[in-house]
Design a binder for this molecule. Structure first.
Ligand SMILES: Cc1ncc(COP(=O)(O)O)c(C=O)c1O
Length: 379
């Protein structure tokens, strides 16, 4: 196979060379002064990225760990919560909440669509004793962007209700302002717009969420954020820090903040916009009604098996895209826009998707699609 490998999934993502070098550097101890100084700066920079004045804790876990920490530290068995099931990750909130013996009310949203403020308002009016609303900012399984800002305003009207947002595929790629919008818990993960390997998760809690933290009755050891809070005061993490990843994160955040967060979010939005121009030029359509800029979800033509198509692209053209799960299995291709992605990568995603479709007998004019994409870049 002569093509260079391209990882264009919606996470994990391609890692910039300068971060890869740090990941490969000799190990230093997590209590060494050199590391503590870097960690302190990372803590400061994470607040900027989350648009919050509150601490952002770093956990050595995948994003789901921070989701679980959100539940275990702010809720108690028997509490009523509203979850939004607009895809696989919304389902995960409901599963976790049930496991923690919460009373779960689920708003089912047709996959590909976004929940509305009215649906949340209606559910809150029906269950005014709700202790938390849990949802995604970007539902990665469908590519749908959710109206977090509007919903935050609706939840704010209920003083005893927290708004908990899985922003794993949204922090740094969409506008998401924790303090200004009154989001109580924001969760993120390293393998998305942070451009790092999987393995770190981030969580920040509003003052309102911190206040309930001491009262929660959920048993929990590893994800005890009260312990994390104490360690944070000493500029440390509770357990051994993931030194290599955090040092790489330090470099990544420094660069992002030097260039401005909006420069990164605009770049991601540009990739999404140009990819969608290419997709349309291939004669294809996209799946979600309100797409997130973090990924483009393409409908696979009815006559084709999307699983075979995705595998063919990986085996023949050396590009990893993601497919769909459950009801979307074999029906969609998900193209990620996060990570260290060049213009060549975006062009390759259109060219090789087009060629692969041709290989399966579905005729596309990939040359003119590529020309359109290149024209957009020149413009
Ligand atoms: C929106 C969303 N939530 C949760 C997760 C789960 O994260 P992890 O696989 O890091 O546990 C993902 C992962 O892709 C995601 O996209």
């Amino acid at each position: 196979m002569n093509y260079p490998y391209r990882l264009l999934a919606p996470g994990p993502v391609q890692i910039p060379e300068y971060a890869r070098q740090i990941l490969a550097a000799p190990m230093i101890h997590h209590r060494a002064p050199q590391f503590i100084a870097e960690l302190e700066q990372v803590f400061i920079n994470l607040k900027k990225v989350f648009f919050t004045d509150e601490p952002v804790y770093i956990l050595s876990s995948t994003g789901s760990g921070a989701m679980e920490a959100a539940i275990a530290n702010t809720l108690s068995p028997g509490d009523r919560v509203i979850t939004v099931d607009a895809g696989k990750f919304g389902e995960r909130w409901a599963k976790m909440a049930s496991l923690y013996q919460l009373k779960v009310e689920t708003i089912h949203v047709t996959w590909g669509e976004s929940v509305t403020k009215e649906q949340i308002e209606h559910a809150l009016a029906q269950f005014p004793d709700t202790k938390a609303v849990l949802m995604q900012a970007t539902e990665t399984s469908t590519g749908a962007l959710q109206p977090v800002k509007e919903i935050a305003a609706a939840v704010k009207k209920y003083p005893d209700c927290l708004f908990i947002v899985d922003a794993i595929t949204s922090v740094l790629s969409t506008d998401l302002r924790m303090d200004d919008w009154s989001i109580d818990v924001v969760v993120a993960g390293s393998q998305k717009a942070f451009m790092l390997p999987t393995g770190l998760s981030f969580i920040s809690l509003s003052k309102k969420a911190q206040a309930v933290m001491s009262k929660t009755k959920c048993a929990n050891f590893y994800f005890d954020l009260k312990a994390e809070q104490k360690a944070y005061a000493l500029k440390q993490t509770k357990f051994s820090s993931s030194v290599a990843e955090i040092r790489a994160l330090h470099a990544i955040l420094t660069k992002i903040l030097e260039n401005g967060i909006s420069s990164l979010t605009s770049e991601i939005q540009k990739r999404a916009r140009i990819t969608r121009i290419g997709i349309e030029a291939l004669g294809l359509t996209t799946y979600p009604t309100t797409p997130s800029p973090s990924l483009t979800v393409v409908n696979v033509p009815d006559t084709l098996d999307g699983k075979k198509l995705r595998r063919h692209i990986e085996e023949t053209y050396n590009i990893t895209f993601m497919g769909g799960q459950d009801q979307l299995e074999g029906k969609i291709i998900r193209i990620g826009h996060l990570g260290d992605i060049s213009q060549e990568d975006v062009v390759a995603s259109i060219e090789f998707l087009g060629k692969a479709l041709n290989d399966f007998g579905y005729k596309t004019d990939w040359q003119s699609a590529v020309a359109k994409v290149l024209r957009e870049y020149e413009a």
